[in-house]
Write a protein of this length. Sequence first.
Length: 616
Amino acid sequence: MSTSDLRKRSVWVFIAFSLCLGAPLGEATAGPPRTREAPPRSPREVPDDPPEPRPRAISGAEATVIQFGPFIHRQVNVAEGGANILLDAANEPSIAVDPLKPNTMAIGWRQFNAVTSNFRQAGWAYTTDGGRTWEFPGVIEPGAFRSDPVLGFDAAGTFFYSSLKVVGGIYSTQLFRSTNGGQTWSVGVEAFGGDKQWITVDRTGGMGNGHIYQAWSVAAGCCGDTTFNRSIDGGLSFSRPVLIPSTPIWGTMAVAADGTLYLAGVDPDDFSVFWVVKSATAKDPLSPVGFDAATPFLMDGNISFGGGTGSPNPGGLLGQVWIGVDRSGGPYHGYLYVLCSVDPPGDDLLDVHFVRSTDGGATWSDPVRINDDPIEQRPWQWFATMSVAPNGRIDVVWNDTRNTWQSNRSELFYAFSADGGTTWSPNRQLSPAWDSYVGWPNQNKIGDYYDMVSDDVGANLAWAATFNNEQDVYYLRIGDYDCNANGVPDSLDIALKHSADFNENGIPDDCEGLQTGAGEMVAGTYQLFQSIPNPFNPTTAIRFEVPAGGGTVRLRVFDVSGRLVRTLVDGAVPGGMRSAAWDGCDDRGAPVASGVYFYRLEAPGYTQTRKTALVK
């Protein structure tokens, strides 16, 4: 399907939709062989095994901690005292982070008390020390078959847990609230809903602040093909569902700075066509929800479900559709981003593709391939997950088989963009290899997604792996920064409790100049930030802030003897967040040796020097 055909289709879909239902739409008050499976229109969440009692903990065993370089992965689904739980399974995690107290977090997941049973419940754990330790009190509703856990949070730090419940073939969702950082949860509120629901919460401080938006799949639910609703009272009640144009499925939502809601997903009848649907009225509590536009686009590949024999996740999705929006107030403010693991044309198995829109979703860029391995290797890059930081940095993680050459043995990888998705950092491995075929809880998958929440100096990831030879949920703080220039990345500094976070607010002490309050950038002054990644090879991004009116800036790199190595910027620069890349070469283009280097920002009334390390 050509781009022009897609545009024509979007126009006709929207016209037909509007003629049928009126505009705005009314809302009721109350390597291996591969196959491309047909979109599932029948329920796959079926309680056909009985519940199992909670299994015992391994006596004397501590929670699994996996260290890979500076990255510390801490097991979340643990018994009292931090012991591992024997022969259970936990997958499909989602995370909430208190924006006012970022050391306070909660993670929810599908809890299987025995790998011999696919009966799943709504498990959860919480932390008050930035993820160093986790408490797993149990499940939301003992004995209830629950799936598709999705967590969210509002600007005041209230957490929300959305959960699919199946009783007697009836599918619905309930929303639970927590005002104490996930330690306890309220009684669930009926939210209509259905299979593969997702929620997002408006944290803009505007008209829709605190609104909770929910969308789900057409596969199974309360109300046929009407698959969207909202709560305008903080999750105390939900409106009756309305129809989404083109009924996109398996996606997520994002709220722009002005409260406009964007919803992304894949066409339920054509896995090569992706949709973004826009609503400018969802934020208005006095107005029915109306959808202003439904725009299709291509991502140079199909979303994958199952993937056939030999797939890393044979019984589930290989990645859902992620959408994010830049709300930084910087040069990329308002840009929309969509990311997905897709099956591209040809022999390549699965790639991480990214597109962006600079005009509110009306048009979309050509897809960019984020994984930087050679195409001829044909690995699986699956479960791609995206989050956009308050300062506009785009974080992406995924599972990758490039180093193992085995579909069932993956490693976690990471990349970021500091310039609105124009360029991307070199891919960085975050974990050792793990086996996705181990510990299947009477179903051949490890869930359908991971979840990540970014802040200005890093990201909080909830993911599932099998380092215990069973499916477990892990927490990872991603932030390979060295703000205190002690040669130790802050993620490791904090994990080892050396000194990087004395006040335990979730921000390394030497990075606190990057943030104030709930994470707003310090504006109106020159600022130089730590290069990312650090150490690096072959390229690092050096970010700096210029006041709104712009200014004259000089950014230079020196070696340890003080000799000038490279001039990166020298002249007038527009205001806002800026980034300069250093490729480890001098001014003549010759590569420099491994070692420590200093970069200095000079501007009227401002001079700042920081340290970075090149490791070859």
